[in-house]
Design a protein around this ligand. Structure first.
Ligand code: PMP
Length: 360
């Protein structure tokens, strides 16, 4: 029996996508060859890549003033590649510190140039998104970096702040989960393993004007300008991850695209938070208006009880709900491919566990 998967990433993929991927592993497009065997210079892969880039543009309503780039590796590679391209010892990048990943992005940037914290919610254990009124001046930076959804803390920017320097956003855990105006964003990036496809791939959506400012004296594998000019087919791309991502993006389009999935995501999160707020055993500590619609994090009064709940979930076929090691607690990741049925199953198990504890 297939498990009910609440992993934070790599995360659940639609079953139909997995079935199509399995077919492609044996015989892609009926060509008599596996997707794992085709050349990245073949016409078939070129058409897979082209359709993937096209679908990203279509789903994100991304105009011709932006380039879309697909790359090997995950978000941490981007933490390094971004400052390699856009920062120097003479310039400074500003960071909105909303927790572990936001902070890591800054630590990586510090290898290449100066960094500065524009705002932070550290003093409140990252349980809220910093208010723009508390931001330091955002003028004069090479770029300002923020993390739109904080996978570990379960917080999310529901409004993207207006800043006075180029804006770079790590959208790893909420890309394509909601409609976004990319025209206001110089550089958006995401690892694939949450809302796009399997691990091994990252995407970047870069304003051409900003791309023109990138350094060129760097190893070609790291040069965004070069990767864009080569249409994401310079080094051998992650062929399999790209193919499965394409299947998943086709699935997203068939669901009605990003606005349709956004409405469904809101319903899933609403149902789950309502149960946490109602259930006497669970608590969510995030400032209500900053609650993430992707990663629902909660705790129980006794950590011993948390382990019992996780085991209880496993008995009911539910996996992947243990919180990140830095926060502990419980986390249910409800990305695009998570179904409302699965969320309802988790809610029922939360109710059954409450019943069990009360009647003990
Ligand atoms: N940024 C965010 C928001 C994340 O959630 C993660 C991973 N969970 C990362 C960066 C790091 O991604 P990777 O493991 O692909 O380097």
């Amino acid at each position: 029996m297939r498990k009910i998967i609440f992993n934070a990433g790599p995360a659940v993929l639609p079953e139909i996508v997995l079935a199509q991927a399995s077919e492609g592993i044996l015989n892609v497009n009926n060509e008599g060859i596996s997707i794992a065997e085709i050349s990245h210079r073949s016409q078939l892969f070129k058409s897979i890549l082209e359709e993937t880039l096209h679908l990203i543009r279509e789903l994100g309503a991304i105009g011709t003033d932006h380039e879309v780039i697909l790359m090997q590796g995950g978000a941490r590679l981007q933490f390094a590649q971004i400052p390699m391209n856009f920062l120097s010892k003479e310039s400074k990048a500003g960071f909105i510190d909303t927790g572990y990943w936001a902070h890591k992005a800054m630590e990586y940037a510090a290898y290449y140039g100066q960094t500065d914290i524009i705002a932070s919610s550290q003093e409140k254990q990252y349980r809220h998104i910093p208010n723009t009124l508390d931001f330091k001046s955002t003028k004069g930076y090479a770029y300002i970096h923020l993390t739109s959804n904080n996978t570990i803390y379960g917080t999310q920017f529901h409004q993207i702040p207006v800043v006075e320097s180029p804006l770079i956003i790590d959208m790893s855990s909420d890309v394509f989960s909601r409609v976004m105006d990319y025209s206001k964003i110089e550089f958006a990036y995401a690892c694939a393993q949450k809302n796009i496809g399997p691990a091994g791939l990252s995407i970047a959506i870069v304003k051409k004007e900003f791309l023109a400012r990138a350094h060129t004296q760097l190893p070609p594998v790291f040069s965004y300008q070069l990767l864009a000019a080569k249409k994401s087919n310079y080094y051998t791309p992650p062929v399999l991850a790209t193919y499965i991502s394409l299947l998943n993006l086709r699935w997203l389009k068939a669901q009605g695209g990003v606005s349709a999935i956004e409405a469904l995501n809101a319903q899933k999160a609403k149902a789950l938070y309502a149960e946490i707020d109602r259930n006497t055993l669970f608590e969510n500590h995030v400032q209500t208006e900053d609650r993430s619609l992707m990663n629902v994090c909660f705790t129980m009064s006794l950590s011993d009880l948390e382990q019992q709940f996780i085991t209880f979930c496993e008995k009911h076929n539910i996996i992947g709900i243990k919180g990140h090691k830095v926060t502990g607690g419980i986390r249910a990741s409800i990305y695009n491919a998570q179904t409302m049925d699965n969320v309802q199953q988790l809610i029922q198990v939360m109710q059954a566990f409450e019943e069990k504890c009360i009647n003990k």
